[in-house]
Design a protein around this ligand. Structure first.
Ligand SMILES: Cc1cc2nc3c(=O)[nH]c(=O)nc-3n(C[C@H](O)[C@H](O)[C@H](O)COP(=O)(O)OP(=O)(O)OC[C@H]3O[C@@H](n4cnc5c(N)ncnc54)[C@H](O)[C@@H]3O)c2cc1C
Length: 331
């Protein structure tokens, strides 16, 4: 590991000022991703600014029934929060499907949003990776790409975003609050993470000197009945092959509200807008769910090891929607 300086910030202004003063500085939260990357010398900050002591760990109901989660809240605290479990169970399910108890105790919401891909070629410094070294190539394209993207990928990068929590947040109307040298701003969640295009090393629209302080989730009464389903190679301690976060409300057998997002399929948490368009106002039947899944995956591209994920994603969508509609198993 390269030598680095350490500072602990007690207020957000100090944290931002310390980061802005150095070009290679990084915020440090639970360290469960950043420290691993520093050990591998993939991340090489000359300064880390510890943000765990900031007063940004509160989890609070907001007026009208929404939810504000502070960026320094641990994943465990969020998953255990009573309001979260009652009003947004998909958030708790998503968190509890990830990592291990010990890691969730350390990991924070801010760090979870900005964790980096688990692509093996990104971690292996002997491999070519446009994300790690811009314009060096992508060994995943013709390599072992079982876990890689089927939607929104480019010839420069087929890595996926690894977070489970982010998939649940993508399905809800979420905004991210961030503070930087130019003050505070809010960013719609769908605009935070980027598709790879020809710049896969630029993963978000946030500046390196912008501190996430909170995520704000709009009220959504019907999210009380919501599901996060994660399909993976083993039932614990594994990243998603495909995951689905869904909220579904019906009236007289017709879909009146739907929120759908996919994980494990793209460089960013994937809001399934095409599927939602098919579903809204349509009968809540398996036939509709199937048409919605087909529409969403119509633009998917499979590679040597991951083509199976296209059918897997379709079936997962149908299965989750059928469960929420109470119409039984999908197939
Ligand atoms: C073995 C293992 C298994 C895992 N399995 C899963 C899984 O199945 N599902 C899943 O979702 N995750 C999984 N994770 C990832 C884990 O959830 C993340 O490592 C964790 O959420 C990152 O949070 P952190 O607080 O430790 O962030 P850090 O490691 O401290 O930081 C991560 C990044 O976020 C930045 N950052 C942190 N806080 C802020 C902030 N407030 N504002 C701006 N930037 C910030 C840091 O600069 C850094 O770039 C796993 C991790 C491990 C080690």
């Amino acid at each position: 590991m390269k030598p680095f300086a350490y500072e602990s910030a007690r207020d957000t202004e100090t944290a931002v000022r310390l980061i802005a003063a150095r070009s290679a500085a990084k915020f440090l939260a639970g360290g469960t991703n950043l420290v691993d990357l520093m050990r591998e010398e993939i991340e090489q900050p000359d300064l880390v600014v510890d943000v765990r002591g900031l007063p940004t760990a509160a989890i609070a109901a907001s007026p009208g029934g929404g939810l504000t989660i502070g960026a320094a809240a641990t994943n465990t605290a969020v998953a255990n929060d009573r309001f979260v479990r009652e009003r947004y169970p998909l958030i708790a399910q998503a968190i509890l499907s990830g990592a291990s108890g010990q890691i969730r105790n350390m990991a924070t919401v801010g760090g979870n949003l900005l964790q980096r891909t688990r692509c093996a070629y990104f971690y292996d410094r002997a491999s070519s990776c446009n994300k790690r070294v811009p314009r060096s190539g992508c060994d995943a394209l013709d390599g072992f790409n079982r876990y890689h993207a089927i939607l929104g990928a480019s010839e420069h990068c087929i890595a996926v975003h690894p977070s489970d929590l982010c998939v649940a947040l993508a399905a809800l109307d979420t905004t991210v609050r961030a503070v930087g040298p130019n003050g505070e701003r809010t960013v719609p969640f769908e605009d935070v993470h980027r598709l790879p295009g020809d710049m896969p090393h630029v993963e978000t629209t946030l500046g390196a000197d912008e501190l996430i302080t909170a995520v704000e989730i709009a009220p959504l009464e019907c999210a009380r009945r919501s599901v996060y389903r994660k399909i993976r190679d083993r039932s614990s301690y594994a990243f998603a092959l495909v995951s689905v976060a869904a909220v579904l409300e019906t009236s007289d057998g017709v879909v009146t509200t739907v929120r759908l997002a996919l994980g494990g399929v793209a460089h960013k948490p994937w809001r399934a807008v095409r599927a939602e368009q098919v579903l809204l106002g349509a009968p809540a039947t398996n036939d509709t769910f199937d048409r919605a899944a087909q529409a969403e995956l119509a633009g998917a591209t499979g590679r040597r090891h991951n083509a199976f994920k296209i059918e897997l994603a379709k079936r997962a969508i149908v299965d989750v929607l059928a469960e929420l509609a109470g119409s039984g198993g999908a197939r």
